[in-house]
Design a binder for this molecule. Structure first.
Ligand code: PEP
Ligand code: MN
Length: 291
């Protein structure tokens, strides 16, 4: 690690590399994240109905995803927009896990919901709007589940590692760092994908790094090429939005892939990186929350 980086990140000893520290592999059931194979988490932005989620879960599992994403508690910019199905959404996610064997990643918005979300989720997602919510970070640090920590919209990598350290300091080192685009002066895309963040984080941190090409650009047609970019610069996996009918999506339809686009993207990625596959025993061995 360069001397500059070593100094810059020295305040976060639990999540940065030291000469004797191995890279952390995060285990979710029998899925190993950070062990060399590219792990794909896919699904809709929001859980909208049982039918929408199950259909999507089956399609993404068939195309090679190993983890299902879907927001039940949604952080929307407008108080009038769809806020998610809450606990009902968590129950639908659990049903999709039962039916497909996919593990579940879903966002927890508030400290008050940590126990409820941890009951159902395999991975707790901290969204970019909450990256600096220390009470929430500490609470997921104690929840006993792996955490997907998204970079805040205006956060430096130092800020991201400081947030990860807050989780780790409460005893949870099963953390994945997620680059999901940051705010810049560019307006052609929703955010600016900070591609250099991936190799920097891989160099300075011991934690797996996940890219989110969907929120990074906000435009469906750009998602596959950004996913490929993330994979070839060394990300350990990605989280990506897929919807059966994006025009009707209740959130983030413009950036959601159709099923056939997702499948084509997965075939493309397999040419560049080894893809994490599902094992036959995944359903049986899922660490998983409540059914
Ligand atoms: C999401 O994953 O749907 C989401 C809200 O992401 P972010 O926190 O990166 O905006
Ligand atoms: Mn979204």
């Amino acid at each position: 690690m360069s001397a500059n980086w070593a100094k810059q990140f020295s305040e976060y000893p639990l999540v940065t590399k030291s000469p004797d520290s191995a890279t952390r592999v995060v285990h979710v059931g029998d899925i190993a994240i950070g062990a060399g194979a590219f792990v794909v988490m896919a699904g809709p932005c929001s859980v909208e109905s049982e039918r929408q989620l199950l259909e999507t879960a089956e399609a993404v599992a068939k195309a090679g995803a190993v983890i299902l994403r879907g927001g039940a508690f949604k952080p929307r910019s407008s108080p009038y927009a769809f806020q998610g199905l809450g606990v009902e959404g968590l129950k639908i996610l659990a049903k999709a896990r039962r039916e497909t064997g996919l593990a579940i990643v879903t966002e927890v918005l508030s400290e008050c919901d940590v126990d409820a979300v941890a009951e159902y989720a395999d991975i707790m997602q901290i969204g970019s709007r909450n990256m600096e919510n220390v009470a929430l970070l500490e609470s997921v640090g104690r929840c006993g589940r792996p955490v997907l920590l998204k970079r805040g919209m205006v956060a430096t990598l130092e800020d991201l590692l400081a947030a990860a350290e807050c989780i780790a300091a409460k005893g949870n080192l099963d953390i994945m760092l997620c680059e999901r685009g940051i705010r810049t002066f560019g307006t052609a895309t929703r955010n600016t994908f900070d591609i250099a963040a991936v190799p920097v984080l891989k160099e300075v941190s011991k934690l797996p790094v996940i890219v989110d090409p969907s929120h990074a650009c906000g435009v469906r047609s750009l998602v596959p090429v950004l996913a490929r970019a993330g994979a070839v610069v060394g990300a350990d996996g990605m989280i990506v939005e897929v919807h059966p009918d994006p025009k009707k999506a209740l959130s983030d339809g413009e950036q959601s892939l159709l099923f056939d686009q997702f499948e084509a993207m997965m075939r493309d990625l397999a040419q560049y990186v080894p893809m994490a596959l599902r094992s036959e025993s995944c359903c049986a061995s899922m660490a998983g929350g409540r059914d």
